[in-house]
Design a protein around this ligand. Structure first.
Ligand code: NAD
Length: 253
């Protein structure tokens, strides 16, 4: 693990899955962590886990698609810890497997609001705080769906491609202020999104997910957290506007 002693990390979608594991990893590496999620009970559980292990965290219930929620969450983080050095904008929802013409306008708009607008709002209000501190590192969560087309996933593919494009633009706009923006593109990761929902919660569903992975298994949230901690560290100081794919080979062929 990298050393994040004294750093302040803001993690969204932190009540579950990839966000939860990454928030805990940042705390274990010494960071003060803002645990941000729509699910208030989940937030409280993660904060308790971090504190029980001797770490430092503040829990914030927030809907990332709402501007006021995002601004309040950042205010609370500044109040608690004095600023923000790192942001992992990771909150997101999935799409049902469904062709474009059958995808409802409501579902498309909801996905756009959370997975794309949510990342926009977070960056919009994080960047000025980072500029004030002389720099920072942002990682936004895209997906394998951000780099290839997938039948049945047109809406999700659209927003996840959008996350990469927006991040590349922001990376160019703010690297002069020492704010590094990058992206993580996970493959199929063993989280509630996959094991409870996308797979239908069945053993057969899990097997179908694994069949999409050349490596022959799902990824672990820890394998994404490790990449995020690397990208945010000084070891990756020269990495700017990069979309790092960590996917067991899913999008290689
Ligand atoms: P998850 O469903 O296990 O966790 C997502 C968390 O985001 C939940 O705690 C949920 O409450 C929170 N959330 C949802 N909507 C929110 C909102 N409006 N505001 C704040 N928080 C909200 O999912 P995960 O698998 O950990 O996914 C995390 C991210 O990784 C998502 O952006 C997802 O699209 C992406 N991703 C996941 C996989 C995978 O295989 N699991 C693959 C590629 C990309």
């Amino acid at each position: 693990n990298q050393n994040y002693a004294g750093k302040i990390a803001f993690v969204t979608g932190a009540a579950n899955g990839i966000g939860r594991t990454t928030a805990i990893a940042f705390a274990e590496a010494g960071a003060h962590v803002a645990v941000v999620d729509l699910n208030g009970d989940g937030v409280a559980e993660v904060v308790a886990a971090i504190e029980a292990a001797g770490g430092s965290a503040v829990g914030i219930t927030c809907d990332v698609s709402k501007s006021e929620d995002v601004r309040t969450a950042l205010d609370k983080t500044v109040e608690a810890f004095g600023g923000i050095d790192i942001a992992f904008n990771n909150a997101g929802i999935e799409q049902q497997q469904i062709p474009l013409a059958d995808l409802s306008e409501e579902d498309f708009d909801r996905m756009t609001a959370i997975d794309l607008r949510g990342v926009f709002l977070c960056m919009k209000y994080q960047i000025p705080l980072m500029q004030k501190r002389g720099g920072g590192a942002i990682v936004n969560t895209s997906s394998g769906a951000g780099v290839v087309g997938i039948a049945g996933q047109a809406g999700y593919v659209a927003v996840k491609h959008g996350v990469i494009g927006m991040s590349k633009s922001a990376a160019l706009e703010y690297i002069g202020d020492n704010v590094r923006v990058n992206v993580i593109c996970p493959g199929i990761i063993e989280t509630p999104m996959i094991t409870d929902r996308v797979s239908g919660g069945t053993e057969e569903g899990q097997k179908k997910m694994i069949a999409q992975e050349p490596i022959g298994r799902m990824g672990k949230p820890e394998e994404i957290a490790a990449a995020v901690l690397y990208i945010c560290s000084d070891s990756a100081a020269f990495m700017v506007g990069h979309a790092m794919v960590v996917d067991g080979g899913q999008t290689v062929g």
